[in-house]
Ligand binder design. Structure first.
Ligand code: PBG
Length: 306
């Protein structure tokens, strides 16, 4: 009988690196999760590797923000430095995925360049190309453009190829819904938009077909992995993506999904360990080849003990 079993290598471990932090800073709405100073990242990743985790995804919180998110593509930016440290230390023992987006780096908190209150597509694409190439130069294995900016996969692929980084992959946040479940993440990286919302560039959740069209488009633009985000309210989309396409499907079990389990567990209303295994196994059963989850490290350890 076919049985779905979760393995540590199914999981991608998200890490927040904070250039302002001297010690790990707890994230209030994500109990047990921290923004790490760069000096702590090696130790953290070493523990993850020991638990069988094979991939991490990095998010940066810079010292300075500006209108165009310059720190996102600075060669000595927080993420670029972190990637170099990790690759020096671990080489191919860990797949380093990086978030390619501007919202953590811009003063206005939007995922692109803003003019007259609107995101302007082409100038944003040029910046995203620089961000992706700077990550590749630092040693990133996979870049993950998360802003849902039209044409981002194609332009990043072209920029990477032009800079001789054909081997660097793209994980596309293809089906990214405008969701209420990102709010703890926005607290974590302080990227809440200062005006408006992200509805103009994220998808509306009543719409399943748009997600499949976006995925098809991203694959045609050169995506190596497609992603569905969040995970739990969109298991049908994961299933359909897996059935329809031949590329690996990743699911992002986002911050609000983490927070819900933590909150209920803290109240004594659900058993956290059981809930996490059931949820992550469900996401895998739906068809996810990879699951990005804030439970990764914790569950990795327990899977090894089962
Ligand atoms: C955008 C980005 C977001 C997340 C990851 N990358 C959210 C957003 O649109 O605000 C959310 C992840 C999570 O909630 O865990 N750069």
């Amino acid at each position: 009988m076919h049985k779905v079993r979760l393995k540590p290598s199914d999981l991608v471990y998200p890490i927040f690196v904070d250039e302002n932090a001297k010690v790990p800073i707890p994230i209030k709405s994500m109990p047990g999760y921290f923004r790490l100073p760069i000096q702590h990242v090696i130790k953290e990743v070493k523990q993850a590797i020991e638990q069988g985790i094979k991939a991490i995804i990095l998010f940066g919180i810079p010292l300075k923000r500006d209108e165009i998110g310059s720190e996102a593509f600075a060669m000595d930016g927080i993420i670029q430095k972190t990637i170099r440290n990790l690759k020096n230390e671990f080489s191919d023992q860990i797949v380093v995925i990086t978030d390619v987006c501007l919202c953590e780096y811009t003063t206005h908190g939007h995922c692109g360049i803003v003019k007259d209150g609107e995101i302007v597509n082409d100038p944003t694409l040029q910046i995203l190309q620089k961000v992706a190439v700077s990550h590749a130069q630092a040693g990133a294995d996979i870049v993950a453009p998360s802003g849902m900016i039209d044409g981002q996969v194609k332009s990043i692929r072209e920029a990477l190829d032009d800079a001789d980084f054909n081997h660097v992959g793209i994980m596309a946040y293809s089906a990214k819904y405008a969701s209420c479940f990102y709010s703890p993440f926005r607290e974590a990286v302080e990227s809440k938009p200062q005006f408006g919302d992200r509805k103009s560039y994220q998808m509306s959740y009543g719409n399943p077909d748009e997600a499949l069209r976006e995925m098809e488009l991203d694959i045609s633009e050169g995506a190596d992995i497609i992603m569905v985000k969040p995970a739990l309210p969109y298991l049908d989309i994961i299933y359909r993506a897996k059935s329809k396409f031949r590329v690996p499907v990743a699911a992002y079990n986002v911050s609000g999904e983490y927070a819900m389990v933590k909150a209920a567990a803290q109240m004594g209303w659900v058993d956290e360990k059981a809930a996490v295994l059931e949820i992550l196994t469900g996401i895998k059963r739906a068809g996810a080849d990879l699951i990005i989850t804030y439970f990764a490290k914790d569950v990795g350890l327990r899977l090894n003990q089962l």
